[in-house]
Write a protein that binds this ligand. Structure first.
Ligand SMILES: NC(=O)c1ccc[n+]([C@@H]2O[C@H](COP(=O)([O-])OP(=O)(O)OC[C@H]3O[C@@H](n4cnc5c(N)ncnc54)[C@H](OP(=O)(O)O)[C@@H]3O)[C@@H](O)[C@H]2O)c1
Length: 279
C-alpha cells in the first residue's frame, strides 16, 4: 500500500504517515526502526532529545534504501537554541544520522519563557540551515498561534510544518487552524493519545463496525483531517496494522462520533507550550 504524500509550502513532499521514535530507546532502536523500514514506513520522526539519532542512522544505513526513499525529520533540542549551539548540534545530527542532508528540522519547543522569549532568532538559524544547503525544510513544533505570528512577521517566512499534540481527546484546533491559515502543514504528535484512545468504547465500536483495529480507526480519522501522523510502536504486527489505513474510509457519522470525544484543554497529555520550559 503506497502512503499518500502532502505537498509542503516550499513545494517538497512528505509522506502523510510515518514512524515515531519517541521512547524508542537506544538499546532497541536499530532493530525497531529497522523493522519499521522493513514493513514499509518511509518517514521517520526523531529528535536530538530522543537520544536515538545514531541508531536511527544505523537502521537507515542497514536498510539499503536509497537516500531519497526515506524522509527523515529531527528536532533542535531545548538546550541548543542559541545560534552557535544550534549550528553545531545540526552538524552532530547529520553525523549521527549518517546523512549529508536532512529533510526536515524542527524547533522542538518554543520555550517562550527561556532565551528572553526570543524564539525568532532560533527561527532565523533554521532558515540559515536551509541557505547552507544541508536542510530541505524547516519547521516548528508545539508553536501556539501567537508564536507562529511572531516568527512569520519577523522573517516573512512560514515554517513548512507545525508538529503539535493532537488526537481524539485533544483536537488542538486553534493551533491547527492558525497553522493552516499560514499555509503550514499540521503534524499530529501522540496521534493515538499514547495508546489511550485505543480502549475508548466509541473507537472500539467503530472498529467492530468496520472490522478494523482501533488504531486504524484513530489513524484514519487523522488522515481524513488532512494531518501528518507518525505513530510509534515497538511491535512489528502493530506497525503493519498502523500502516494499513489507506484502503478504507470513515463515514461522516463515524468521524462525528470521534470528533465528539474532544475534551479541549483537559484532554492535553503533554505540557502546555506556553509554560513548558525544560532545557
Ligand atoms: N514534537 C513533540 O513534542 C512530540 C512529543 C511526543 C511525541 N512526538 C512524536 O510523535 C510520535 C508519536 O507519539 P507517541 O509515541 O508519543 O504516542 P502514540 O504514537 O500516540 O502512541 C504510542 C503508544 O501506542 C501504542 N501503540 C501503537 N500502535 C498500536 C497498535 N496498533 N495497537 C495497540 N497499541 C499501539 C504503543 O505501544 P507499543 O510501542 O508497545 O506498541 C505506545 O504505547 C513520537 O514517537 C514522536 O516521534 C513528538
Amino acid at each position: 500500500m503506497t502512503t499518500p504524500t502532502i505537498t509542503l509550502n516550499n513545494g517538497t513532499i512528505i509522506p502523510q504517515l510515518g514512524f515515531g521514535t519517541f521512547q524508542v530507546f537506544a538499546d532497541d532502536a536499530v532493530e525497531t526502526v529497522g523493522t519499521a523500514l522493513d514493513v514499509g514506513f518511509r518517514h521517520i520522526d526523531t529528535a536530538q532529545g530522543y537520544g536515538n539519532e545514531e541508531e536511527v542512522g544505523e537502521a537507515i544505513a542497514n536498510s539499503g534504501l536509497a537516500r531519497e526513499e526515506v524522509y527523515v525529520t529531527s528536532k533542535l533540542t531545548n538546550s541548543m537554541h542559541a545560534r552557535d549551539d544550534a549550528l553545531r548540534s545540526f552538524d552532530e545530527t547529520l553525523t549521527k544520522l549518517r546523512l549529508d542532508r536532512l529533510d526536515l528540522f524542527l524547533i522542538h519547543w518554543p520555550l517562550p519563557t527561556r532565551y528572553n522569549g526570543d524564539f525568532v532568532s532560533t527561527w532565523k538559524v533554521m532558515l540559515e540551515l536551509i541557505e547552507d544547503g544541508r536542510l530541505t525544510s524547516a519547521g516548528v513544533s508545539n508553536f501556539e498561534p501567537e508564536h507562529l505570528t511572531r516568527i512569520i512577521d519577523a522573517t516573512g517566512i512560514s515554517p513548512a510544518v507545525n508538529q503539535i499534540e493532537a488526537h481524539p481527546y485533544f483536537h488542538n484546533d486553534d493551533a491547527r487552524r492558525a497553522s493552516r491559515s499560514h499555509g503550514i502543514a499540521v503534524e499530529a504528535w501522540g496521534p493515538l493519545a499514547k495508546g489511550e484512545a485505543l480502549g475508548d468504547p466509541v473507537v472500539r465500536d467503530i472498529a467492530a463496525e468496520i472490522n478494523r483495529a482501533p488504531s486504524q480507526v484513530v489513524l484514519r480519522w487523522h488522515i481524513q483531517r488532512g494531518d501528518i501522523v507518525f505513530p510509534k510502536s515497538n511491535h512489528r504486527e502493530r506497525m503493519i496494522e498502523n500502516l494499513a489505513v489507506f484502503d478504507f474510509e470513515l463515514t461522516d457519522d463515524q468521524v462525528a462520533r470521534i470528533d465528539a470525544l474532544d475534551k479541549g484543554e483537559a484532554g492535553r497529555q503533554g505540557p502546555n507550550p506556553n509554560t513548558f520550559d525544560r532545557v
